[in-house]
Design a protein around this ligand. Structure first.
Ligand code: GDP
Length: 355
């Protein structure tokens, strides 16, 4: 950690680095000054589909202030009976693959069909960069202006558990506000895909055709998570490459075990920029939902996801409580020194710490 600049005239130049610190403090103070919303009134407005009320409620569940958090939780409890009715879709892919262009196309198709679309994001890097994959206002320009679309950037959080909770609760609030298509966008960084996968019904992997490296550079396990692989930018000179990539992925999919959903993943081509292939993809998603609702997997999966998040939350809380205890921190330091001196094994040290 960099030391804060000393407040002398000579150190003034350091103030440039201090800007983000000052701003963040100002923002958090401003947030704390926001009058506490009446949860009943806010919930009523939210349930009637008011996007301003929805935004306010999300801000409350994201807030670090315990009072705001408590109000947020009250709102969630009131909203719970009205949740669960949306189709939750996860979309992942490396930066530049065309996620926002694709989501804009798919989102427009959905609103054109009379659906209400919420686009959320999970971007673990946003905590570090203070940016966000959805933070850039120029992304999804047309969808932003669509009154049946709601776009919310990635929440920041001190840990992935925080980001996960906020995103899951935001999904619930959006559903209560009448959004029936929830798109969760994520970048292929860290654990963000597994996190997104564990909160959606359908998981879509966006890929690009590369020069012979179609199957490289994919994190292990991501293909296994995908219900559909879409080769984007299948247009212009790229079309033949895209077809080759499609074949390569189709072959690769044969080596994976059948999915518990009973669904067989496919590889489709798209040009998000030219709005090509999007309708076919939407139809595939519909077919998946129909199949899994009929065979019971849809409900079962949502139950499993809830269970998973319950245990995740307990595990995380226990772990944090443990490591944050001053006596544990002191003891840990000593044990690490003993381990370095080869006086104790890692297993023994862990046992001592736990006891
Ligand atoms: P993201 O970082 O994954 O969200 O990618 P973007 O949606 O921002 O797209 C990155 C770049 O690829 C932009 O310049 C887009 O215009 C371009 N792009 C996205 N989809 C397509 C497509 O289907 N075809 C072509 N040729 N370009 C595309």
């Amino acid at each position: 950690m960099k030391k804060p600049p000393k407040k002398t005239a000579l150190q003034e130049i350091e103030g440039i680095n201090g800007v983000s610190r000052l701003n963040r403090k100002a923002i958090s103070q401003l947030r704390k000054k926001l009058p506490l919303a009446d949860p009943d009134e806010l919930t009523d407005k939210l349930l009637s589909g008011d996007p301003v009320a929805l935004s306010k409620a999300i801000t409350l569940i994201e807030s670090a202030s315990p009072k705001h958090f408590e109000t947020g939780q009250k709102i969630i409890r009131k909203c719970l009976p009205y949740t669960g009715n949306a189709v939750r879709i996860g979309i992942t892919g490396v930066p530049g693959v065309g996620k926002s262009t694709f989501i804009e196309s798919l989102g427009k198709l959905y609103t054109g069909q009379g659906h209400k679309v919420a686009v959320l994001a999970i971007d673990p890097s946003s905590t570090l960069s203070k940016g966000s994959i959805l933070g850039d206002k120029t992304r999804m320009e047309t969808l932003v202006r669509d009154k049946n679309a709601f776009i919310r950037p990635s929440p920041s959080g001190d840990n992935p558990g925080g980001v996960a909770r906020k995103t899951r609760e935001t999904i619930l609030l959006c559903e209560a506000a009448g959004f029936d298509r929830i798109i969760v966008e994520t970048v292929g960084v860290g654990q963000s895909e597994t996190m997104a996968h564990s909160m959606v019904d359908f998981f879509l992997l966006l890929k690009l055709a590369g020069a012979g490296d179609e199957l490289q550079g994919i994190k292990r396990g991501i293909i296994e998570l995908a219900d559909l692989i879409v080769i984007n930018k299948a247009d212009g000179d790229n079309i033949n490459q895209a077809r080759l990539a499609q074949k390569a992925f189709q072959t690769a999919l044969h080596f994976y075990p059948p999915k518990p959903s009973g669904w067989t993943p496919e590889v489709l081509l798209a040009s998000a920029l030219n709005n090509k292939g999007i309708d076919k993809i939407a139809a595939k998603i519909d077919a998946y939902i129909k199949l899994t609702k009929e065979n019971g997997f849809f409900e079962q999966n949502r139950l499993e996801q809830n269970k998973y998040w319950l245990f995740e939350t307990v595990n995380l809380t226990l772990k944090n409580n443990f490591y944050n205890r001053p006596e544990i921190q002191k003891k840990l330091k000593k044990l690490l020194i003993q381990m370095k001196k080869k006086e104790i094994t890692a297993f023994e040290a862990a046992k001592k710490l736990l006891s």
